[in-house]
Ligand binder design. Sequence first.
Ligand code: G3P
Length: 218
Amino acid sequence: MNFFLDSADIREIRDLADSGLISGVTTNPSLITKSGQEIKKVIAEICSIVEGPISAEVTATTYPEMMQEAAVLTQISEQVTIKVPLTFDGLKACKTLSDQGTMVNVTLCFSATQALLAARAGAAFISPFLGRLDDISMDGLQLIRDIRLIYDNYPEIETAILAASVRHPYHVLEVAKIGADVVTLPGKTFRQLYNHPLTDQGLEAFLKDWKTTGQTIL
Ligand code: G3P
């Protein structure tokens, strides 16, 4: 499973991408707004930091305008993946852009049948939103299970399942067990994956013992 960052915070992206473990970045209009930067500038900067697909979302709601916005966003870099909402016009834009060879991430997916349509439209990624389903007492993980099952029934489907709206490490563990292709994480959740109090305590004890030897490795 690949790890993407779900962020438009340049400092955070730079910091975490330094690990070499980040394979892409997803943004959305809310994250761009939070960054306080102009969309084209922030997407270009992210492309210069992280190798791999960088999702930039259209804000138009009609097919012709989505296509116009996609034309502007794809100019930024070959890495740009156009993110479209899972609406009729979004699916139409996905089909046209995918046929033209542009990678598309279909977002705001809340049902497996929506995911099936996105695959039919040639999406490179489908983004089911786990956390937002959990927020309304529905089972976000079941949606990922259903999509995995359906996609695996049709080997010709090449759409990658990109688990989104991930809120905590348990979501990451479970989507990995289900077989999501990618998980996109806020910086906080990525850090939670490696931080563990027993690791910190163990390291402290090792270093304390080591100090008593007076040895150095270098
Ligand atoms: O980028 C899409 C998705 O990951 C948003 O997550 O936490 O706003 O539901 P969230």
